[in-house]
Ligand binder design. Structure first.
Ligand code: ZN
Length: 121
């Protein structure tokens, strides 16, 4: 593993984190293909590349033009940079995996809390 692959892993992890945040908050299952929130169109593989797809699509759904929102690439990029920085500081892969686990727990808690707030106004 290199800093570059740690960055790529972080980007992919950030992409998953976005999906997890949205689906847990909406009470949906974590499995299944990603689709547009507005038109429901199932996204193609090239529309799911972290950060690059957001830039290529200019931040909008390729089908209906609905704005994707800056949170998506921001979370992806933040995770990419965090993982690369962590790997650069503490090379063992185990440290990165532990950090990923901690982050996932945080995401799950945050999403569940947001869901509760939404349900109770
Ligand atoms: Zn759409």
């Amino acid at each position: 593993m290199t800093v570059i692959s740690a960055f790529a892993f972080g980007l992919a992890f950030g992409s998953f984190a976005n999906v997890a945040i949205d689906r847990i908050a909406q009470g949906k299952a974590l499995g299944g293909r990603s689709s547009c929130d507005a038109c429901g169109r199932v996204l193609r593989w090239w529309e799911l590349v972290p950060v690059a797809s957001y830039i290529a699509l200019r931040g909008r759904c390729g089908g209906c033009g609905h704005a994707i929102g800056l949170r998506t690439p921001a979370v992806e990029l933040a995770c990419g940079l965090a993982f690369a920085a962590l790997y650069a500081a503490t090379p063992p892969l185990a440290a990165v995996v532990v950090f990923a686990g901690l982050l996932l727990t945080l995401i799950a808690c945050g999403a569940l809390l947001g869901r509760r707030e939404r349900a109770h106004g």
